[in-house]
Design a binder for this molecule. Structure first.
Ligand SMILES: C=CC1=C(C)c2cc3[nH]c(cc4nc(cc5[nH]c(cc1n2)c(C)c5CCC(=O)O)C(CCC(=O)O)=C4C)c(C)c3C=C
Ligand SMILES: [Fe+2]
Length: 371
């Protein structure tokens, strides 16, 4: 059936709409929504003009959907009665968009940011190529799962014949708050996650650790950010056999309160040097990593069970940063070699994308790169 250009549903209170336009893409510093649908696409078109046309049509649909309107006259309809639910759509460009197997498909090879260097291999990871990479990533976050799924489905539908979905991941519960005034969410290990994350309104920290600066280069990335995604499987059966004492020593914080070991309250100031030397928080803490921080925005996932009857669950880790070579890579190197948490987890999927700055009204995703 056909739908006209619809007004936002009456229930779409302004507070449920996150502005799509701005100097930075929404969905990075935006207070984290409850649900995620993340998709990595490979581009099938052959010319730069066709790529631009795709990004223009995606942008127009994203502007509509994030405002709580239908995507187009022939919208698939499953989100029709739902409010915008704080939907954000965030796009990133992977290394293969710039160059794939030595081929410069879109004349972009010279524009590849040095910071978009392929991630090195890390000890202990077991990456499944079917769950990694992708020319373009789209992160859809919303407080309603149907709204996030509708948004990805719509972009895939618009891109039919022009892109193929390489892999995707649903996340059902946020694990990292960026809003310290709210109760910190818990991950599937039962621990509060995101206590010391970068708050969404700490603009000094965002400028220092998340947004690419004008002098960082390349110019088209100023105001953008780099996204690292890791599908991290948790061995929950083994975790559940571990004593609470062992679990707390592994993380470096208490389970119930989320307090640093030796402290009382979740937000107590603490000296990481007093935590166990192989604990996760000690090794991930800025003081162990030359002061670097990450904006964590991950989600829990449960994708049924595997052939051995073990639950296929974990953390879909999403981290935004100014330069992965200085941030994610050295932190992950430290964790991969020394973190006691490594006994209970396995990195099985990976991706890295350059997320361009925000879109101005009338502009489109990637216009600073593609013109
Ligand atoms: C490379 C970066 C990180 C990966 C990968 C990672 C995986 C991972 N983390 C948890 C659980 C927790 N992490 C916590 C803190 C924390 N983690 C990282 C980085 C990575 N985590 C950082 C930078 C920090 C903050 C350290 C600090 O500044 O104190 C915590 C404690 C609470 C908090 O501050 O968020 C928990 C719990 C899991 C389960 C996991 C992989 C599955
Ligand atoms: Fe962590």
């Amino acid at each position: 059936f056909l739908l006209g250009e619809a007004e936002p549903p009456a229930s779409a209170a302004p507070a449920q709409v996150v502005d799509f336009h701005g100097p930075h893409q929404a969905g990075i510093a935006t207070p984290v929504q409850d649900r995620l649908h993340f998709a990595a696409f490979d581009v099938a078109v052959g010319t730069r003009e066709e790529l631009i046309a795709l990004l223009v049509s995606w942008t127009r649909a994203a502007e509509s959907m994030t405002a709580g309107r239908v995507s187009a006259a022939d919208d698939s309809g499953e989100a029709l009665d739902l409010p915008a639910s704080r939907l954000t759509l965030t796009v990133g460009f992977g290394p293969t968009l710039f160059e794939r197997a030595g081929e410069d498909r879109f004349g972009l090879a010279a524009s590849r940011p040095p910071a978009l260097a392929d991630l090195p291999a890390f000890p202990g990871e077991k990456l499944d190529p079917a769950r990694g990479g992708g020319d373009i990533a789209v992160q859809a976050c919303a407080d309603d799962p149907q709204v996030a799924v509708h948004a990805i489905r719509t972009l895939a539908r618009i891109g039919l014949g022009r892109v193929s979905m390489r892999w995707s991941q649903l996340g059902y519960g946020k694990t990292s708050s960026t809003t310290p005034t709210q109760l910190t969410p818990r991950n599937l290990m039962g621990f509060k996650d995101g206590t010391d994350n970068i708050p969404h309104d700490d603009h000094a920290a965002l400028d220092q650790h998340v947004w690419v600066g004008a002098a960082d280069g390349p110019a088209w990335m100023a105001g953008g950010s780099y996204l690292v995604a890791r599908r991290i499987r948790m061995h929950l059966e083994a975790w559940d056999q571990a004593s609470r004492q062992d679990q707390e020593a592994t993380i470096g914080r208490t389970k119930t309160e989320g307090a640093p070991l030796g402290g009382k309250g979740e937000r107590d100031r603490f000296d990481p040097a007093v935590l166990p030397a192989d604990s996760h928080v000690r090794l991930a803490h800025p003081s162990s990593n030359g002061g670097v921080r990450l904006m964590r925005r991950g989600y829990s996932f449960v994708d049924g069970s595997d052939t051995q009857g073990r639950i296929d669950a974990g953390l879909f880790f999403l981290a935004y940063q100014r330069d992965p070579r200085r941030q994610y890579v050295p932190v992950q190197r430290r964790l991969a070699t020394g973190d006691r948490l490594s006994t209970y987890i396995r990195h099985v999927g990976s991706g890295l994308w350059a997320c361009p700055p925000g879109v101005s009204p009338g502009g489109h995703w990637g216009d600073t790169l593609l013109g």
